[in-house]
Design a protein around this ligand. Structure first.
Ligand SMILES: NC(=O)c1ccc[n+]([C@@H]2O[C@H](COP(=O)([O-])OP(=O)(O)OC[C@H]3O[C@@H](n4cnc5c(N)ncnc54)[C@H](O)[C@@H]3O)[C@@H](O)[C@H]2O)c1
Length: 235
């Protein structure tokens, strides 16, 4: 179960799907002697860490949503299977992935839909929160490189940030979408949502050095590709 806010409404479901689901996968891997696991963790494990950019060696014991806590639990449980059964594991901490086919519940998709219909956008907080938006093609490239790393190396257990290392504020994100759509945004300001972190910002030096990860897509270019996809869908 992806998504921060719904996890606050339904923490038991998140626990069942994310933790028990992962446990089932690990047990099946053991049974069928599958050695390599590349899995989605999340930048949300960093919670409201004050120090930026976020590095993989920071302490992440301070989750602020059930979703984030399940991802941290996954990182711990996969480590157990690595130690006990020698599985190779790469836990990839994704930073707000966007691009064509993005989940409809995520902000870029929702805002594009509302702005194209001339409707108001609900903006939680004052617009200064920021996210390290990472384009889908760059993430896919990082996933493929992680799979290759897992296959070519011994004794692998690695937690790796896959971000863009270039945070964008909420206000800026709205402006870029509006400009790409050629509209003037109508903003309805609302209070910050519980569970939402203030910012995410990845240090990606580990991914660069270890797997040769190099995100290439600027936010303007990524949004253009998203908007093109969105408009083609709705022709
Ligand atoms: N999108 C992001 O910005 C982001 C950021 C950090 C981490 N992640 C993680 O990346 C992964 C993919 O996220 P996404 O944004 O592509 O979400 P998504 O909703 O597009 O994909 C999730 C997939 O999981 C499947 N699924 C859900 N419950 C299942 C179950 N019980 N059994 C089998 N399949 C089930 C869904 O059908 C769906 O195909 C998730 O683990 C998410 O937590 C995503």
């Amino acid at each position: 179960m992806a998504g921060v806010r719904p996890s606050i409404e339904n923490p038991v479901l998140y626990q069942e799907v994310n933790c028990m689901g992962t446990q089932n996968i690990l047990e099946e891997m053991k049974l069928h002697q599958v050695q390599n696991l590349v899995m989605a963790s999340s930048s949300s494990v960093y919670g409201n860490c004050k120090e930026v950019p976020f590095r993989e060696d920071m302490v992440v014991d301070f989750a602020i949503s059930p979703y984030a806590a399940t991802k941290k639990a996954n990182e711990v449980m996969t480590h157990v299977y690595h130690k006990l059964f020698g599985m190779h594991v790469m836990m990839l901490r994704f930073f707000t992935v966007y691009g064509p086919k993005q989940r409809p519940d995520l902000a870029i998709n929702k805002f594009t839909r509302l702005m194209s219909q001339g409707k108001e956008i609900p903006m939680f907080g004052d617009g200064t929160t920021s996210r390290d938006y990472t384009f889908i093609d760059d993430i896919v490239d990082g996933i493929i490189k992680s799979c290759e790393y897992c296959q070519k190396n011994e004794n692998v257990y690695e937690i790796v940030n896959l971000g863009n290392s270039s945070p964008i504020s909420l206000k800026e994100m709205i402006q870029v979408i509006a400009k790409t759509l050629g509209v003037e945004p109508k903003i309805q300001q609302l209070p910050m949502q519980p569970g939402d972190v203030e910012r995410t910002y990845a240090d990606i030096s580990k991914a660069k050095n270890m797997i040769g990860y190099e995100p290439k897509t600027t936010f303007e270019e990524g949004i253009k590709q998203f908007v093109d996809w969105y408009q083609n869908q709705n022709k």
